[in-house]
Design a protein around this ligand. Structure first.
Ligand code: ZN
Length: 247
């Protein structure tokens, strides 16, 4: 476990809930276990655990109670509706807030791994996030819709992070996926995009919308649901399907 804050290098370290306790209001009380699946280049690990219990001790009190807490506050209104599939509209600001919260949560989940399987997200991505407090221009974010799990056959919370071998891509690349209830968020980290170029945003689909960059408001729930059987194909595709275009 890190001895200094993974974001700013400060001390002392405090415990941070990977998923906030207040999410309890959005989760079905009859489903008391969630499945966490973690992937890395080196293999698959998974375990079942009660929801909202995961804590990590890798951030300092200043980060935890300051800007990280602010990112939580920014999504507090929309997250329960997204998770339960209740009607709401996400304007571009809400999409930006959701993308930033998603990235923070994925970075924290990374530290629930044992050190050996933590390789997917490099420490430089943590310090960049500390500076920007939002995803970078080398990232794309998507929001997808799934039906609320009818029973324990489908995990309530599912999280995956896959790193990509980067020799041919020329840099860092990973895909983080987090599903809570009906909400599926993805951050796709492409190798650094050169000046004068930008990542081409993903096309809007009936069950998946671009939230980073965001352009149009998103009406929730989306018109189509992603079947849970497609989770792995979405979270761990064969390769990184990103294109860059001149600005
Ligand atoms: Zn810190």
């Amino acid at each position: 476990m890190a001895k200094v804050c993974v974001f700013c290098g400060g001390t002392p370290l405090t415990k941070e809930h990977v998923l906030p306790r207040w999410l309890k209001v959005a989760l079905d009380p009859t489903v008391d276990r969630v499945r966490y699946i973690r992937l890395s280049r080196d293999g698959v690990q998974h375990h079942d655990a009660p929801p909202l219990n995961d804590q990590v001790k890798v951030v300092c009190s200043e980060c935890n109670s300051g800007w990280m807490n602010q990112l939580e506050e920014n999504v507090r209104k929309v997250l329960p509706d997204l998770i339960r599939g209740k009607r709401c509209t996400l304007d571009t600001e809400a999409q930006r807030a959701l993308a930033s919260w998603s990235l923070k949560t994925m970075l924290m989940f990374q530290h629930t791994h044992r050190r050996e399987v933590r390789a997917a997200i490099p420490s430089s991505d943590f310090s960049t996030f500390h500076q920007l407090r939002q995803p970078t221009r080398s990232m794309l974010g998507r929001l997808g819709f799934m039906n609320y799990p009818p029973d324990d056959s489908v995990p309530l919370v599912d999280t995956l992070c896959q790193g990509y071998r980067t020799a041919e891509l020329g840099g860092v690349a990973w895909i983080g996926t987090l599903k809570i209830g009906c909400m599926l968020v993805q951050i796709i980290r492409a190798p650094d995009v050169a000046d004068g170029y930008e990542l081409t945003p993903y096309e809007a689909l009936p069950s998946l919308r671009s939230m980073w960059p965001s352009d149009a408001p998103i009406e929730w729930p989306l018109p189509a649901a992603i079947p849970h059987e497609l989770m792995m194909a979405l979270a761990v595709p064969e390769g990184l399907d990103v294109r860059v275009t001149p600005v």
